[in-house]
Design a protein around this ligand. Structure first.
Ligand code: DGT
Ligand code: CA
Ligand code: CA
Ligand code: ZN
Length: 587
């Protein structure tokens, strides 16, 4: 069982206890423990197996430790079974809706017998919810909107969650009898922001039954959906489904193309092939003899041209190999045919990170720790971007504290060599588009990063005006997480992105692609448009700890999905060139 699986089960327990009205301190203890588990780099299952004392981990007490051990040993938690005997487990879906919360969920259940999101919708339509004490018209509207959001996301996992959830499974399937190679396909290989299910391919000659049997016997499988000679499907404890397909060597490349998708990319490949008298399917590329009906020939009928590797499949179709991140039917097939695919930016091209927080605001590490972590990543520069004072709950910097911080930055510059530490602040764009820092501070900052963190429910016109006004301030360098979305949790705020990008081009302001997998904001489509308009994109991690710096790869993948090349990304510049860019308007 992966750490995230454990965290999810505990989260369910905490949510249900909260609905039952349990002691808030106890709930807090669960939530803190869940945070610890989610950020742990080592698997808890291995620690427990080695007999390590889990209570030595931060925020994990006897109670939670006992739950974890029980879960690992028996696959369930008694306490959770007790609770679900009293209230339905589906109530957790309700609490997670924005605008519901534990008290309201309890009320909906007690008074209207609402147990699921579907039942809530029925009651909303019947008008009974707004009659309940404590609800009213406004809160009903809010609930309706969050149900819409919920529908869009339900069942999809964030990419970093999916990656983590299958780590143990990958190690397990590699040991399956007869399997010579495992590849990830589907949306996970295309590096999409969210993953519906995980598709694995196993290269294996002959009968695949033993391999599939091994796969479905994985201890982390909560359910087995099916097992046959060529395919098995399981559901992990987290609810994530994983399919494994067994493929012979001669067809491994064509199967990889087929199951990597996207479906739309496959359709374009297939129709293009037909025009050339070819057929492409998961078994290979075949030439169909003149006048023959491909259907009648069987799935491997005709003259086999390719199949073992992706390269030979694309080449048989008369085009260059297409990187999986581009396979979304956005012109990549045509570009591959004309040999003008982009040379996509790579993680190795990144020379600095331009958004991160320290203990001066809501970060968990000191400036020095962050700087040292950046040197380990081989960076030439970083910008320290603690919040500004409007973010009072995270000790945002006042002008006075900003000056104090510069003193510490100067000291760290002395101690940590080989990296430039830029003075910066992630400055709040206030309600009216003014900046949360006086001009004299702005002028002394090396890098000025601005972002919206409040009044996100403004209408499109107001929000766009607000952001445009902020960007027009002559000190501004980078607009961070421009749409404010949180994947699976919060939609983008209303914003005319096109207008913002056009203004950015004019004002020579860069836009951020926030690499935190909870944000990935801008999206692939937005950064592609930025590239077209010549707006530089900055890929930043927004790290709150040294570990957070490692999210850079998610941002790079997203940039690649948007067709970005190294010159499109500002933080691929050398220190010297980046400095020159910073001086673009002053010079
Ligand atoms: P997901 O799982 O929703 O995140 O997205 P995918 O792309 O992983 O989709 P999935 O798991 O349904 O199927 C994996 C790949 O298999 C998909 O990207 C393309 C291929 N595929 C599946 N069904 C079809 C189909 O009906 N036609 C074609 N051409 N390809 C398909
Ligand atoms: Ca999939
Ligand atoms: Ca699938
Ligand atoms: Zn921010």
């Amino acid at each position: 069982m992966e750490n995230l699986d454990i965290a999810r089960v505990l989260e369910t327990l905490a949510d249900l206890l909260e609905i039952q009205g349990a002691n808030p301190f106890r709930i807090r203890a669960y939530r803190n423990a869940i945070n610890t588990i989610e950020s742990l780099s080592r698997p808890i299952a291995a620690m427990a197996e080695a007999g390590e004392d889990l209570t030595e981990l931060p925020a994990i007490g006897d109670n939670v430790a006992a739950h974890i051990v029980e879960l690992l040993e028996t696959g369930h938690i008694n306490r959770l079974d007790e609770v679900t005997a009293e209230i339905p487990i589906t109530l957790v879906e309700l609490v997670r809706l924005d605008g519901v919360g534990p008290k309201k969920a309890k009320k909906l259940f007690d008074e209207l017998d609402v147990k699921t999101v579907e039942e809530l919708e029925v009651q909303l339509d019947a008008g009974t919810v707004e009659e309940l004490a404590g609800f009213g018209k406004k809160s009903v509207e809010k609930i309706r909107r969050s149900i819409e959001d919920y529908r869009k996301h339900t069942g999809r996992f964030q990419i970093h969650e999916a990656e983590q959830l299958i780590e143990g499974l990958l190690r397990w399937v590699e040991k399956a009898p007869g399997v010579e190679e495992i590849e990830i396909a589907g949306s996970l290989r295309r590096r999409k922001e969210t993953i519906g299910d995980v598709d694995l391919l196993a290269r294996c000659e002959g009968d695949g039954t033993p391999a599939v049997d091994h796969f479905v016997a994985f201890e982390g499988a909560a359910r087995v959906l099916g097992a046959g000679p060529t395919k098995g499907s399981i559901v992990l404890h987290s609810g994530l489904q994983v399919d494994l397909r067994v493929i012979p060597t001669r067809s491994f490349g064509s199967a990889l193309v087929y199951f990597t998708g996207s479906k739309e990319h496959n359709v374009v490949l297939r129709t293009g092939a037909v025009r050339q008298g070819l057929r492409v399917n998961e078994w290979g590329v075949f030439r169909i003899p003149e006048g023959e009906d491909p259907e009648a020939l069987g799935k491997e009928g005709g003259e086999r041209l390719a199949g073992a590797t992706e390269q030979e499949v694309y080449s048989a179709l008369g085009m260059a190999w297409v990187p999986p991140v581009l396979r979304e039917n956005r012109g990549e097939v045509e570009a591959a045919r004309e040999d003008r695919l982009p040379t996509l930016v790579e993680l190795d091209d990144i020379r600095g990170d331009l958004q991160m927080h320290s203990t001066w605001s809501d970060g968990k590490a000191s400036i020095e720790e962050m700087a040292r972590a950046c040197t380990k990543l081989g960076y030439e520069y970083l910008a320290l971007t603690d919040h500004s004072q409007a973010m009072a709950m995270v000790q945002g910097l006042t002008p006075e504290r900003a000056r104090k911080q510069w003193e510490e930055i100067a000291e760290v510059r002395e101690r940590v060599k080989g990296i430039e530490i830029f003075r910066s602040v992630e400055i709040d764009i206030l309600k009216d588009g003014s900046l949360d820092m006086p001009d004299e501070i702005l002028e002394e900052l090396d890098v000025v990063v601005i972002s919206v963190h409040s009044f996100m429910d403004q209408d499109r016109g107001t929000m766009t005006e607000r952001v445009l006004r902020a960007m027009a301030h002559p000190s501004v360098d980078i607009l961070a997480h421009p749409t404010g979305r949180l994947i699976n949790r919060r939609e983008s705020f209303e914003l005319d992105v096109e207008a913002v990008l056009v203004a950015a081009a004019e004002l020579k302001v860069a836009v951020e692609l926030n690499a935190n997998p909870n944000r990935l904001d801008f999206s692939d489509v937005h950064v592609h448009r930025a590239k077209e308009l010549g707006v530089p994109v900055v890929i930043s991690t927004d790290a709150h700890s040294p570990a957070g710096l490692e999210n850079m790869r998610f941002g790079v993948d997203q940039a690649r999905r948007g067709w970005l090349e190294a010159p499109d990304v500002l933080n691929t510049k050398s220190l010297k060139d980046f400095r020159a860019w910073l001086g673009r308007r002053r010079g």
